[in-house]
Design a protein around this ligand. Sequence first.
Ligand code: SF4
Ligand code: SF4
Length: 204
Amino acid sequence: MTAPAMAINPNQTQPFLQQVMERSGQNLTACYQCRRCAAGCSVGDETDYFTPNLLIRMVVLGDRDQALSNQLVWKCVSCYTCGTRCPNDIQTARITETLKKMAKEEHLEPLQPKVAEFHDAFVRSGLRWGRVNEMEFMGAYEMKFALRKIKTREFGAIMDEIKTQARLGMEMTRLRRMHFGFLMAKGRKEIKALQRKSKQRATH
Ligand code: SF4
Ligand code: SF4
């Protein structure tokens, strides 16, 4: 398999690069394509050749369409291995997170709908309680998943998902990692304030 061709878009390059750098807090121009990040990416086998260095190159060249819609953006597990290996301290996890948010703001179809549903439910629950409430978060996630599968009449997939999650829930309960109450974190207001601030930055 060869690396995907990138579209060079001079009109798009500067504003897009600037936006991604500001929102992610990462200096993408420092990347000199040494590929140390690519060699250690945890999901490297799953991303159809999209490696952290390639993603950075896409942004730098202004290939907005591919940068906002590729498997690395949707499959990155934010393990920060690439950032640890990078001689220029570039944290690609922050870049993938930024691009995911931008894709959602532009209502692009997610390449991994399950990841998008999980992400939505996780963030909403975290913002409401200041910490993720497992019951609410999993309920919301399962609901989104089921609604999508009902549309395509994949009822078997819904049953399989319920069985998988029930097993996971039981295991988490056994390990005392499941909280049945609705606990609120002390820093809830600060977390909401941070989110408001980040939204304001995104719209400027
Ligand atoms: S390790 Fe850092 S400098 Fe090297 S290619 Fe990856 S992001 Fe660029
Ligand atoms: S943070 Fe994302 S891009 Fe970086 S190594 Fe982990 S999975 Fe790969």
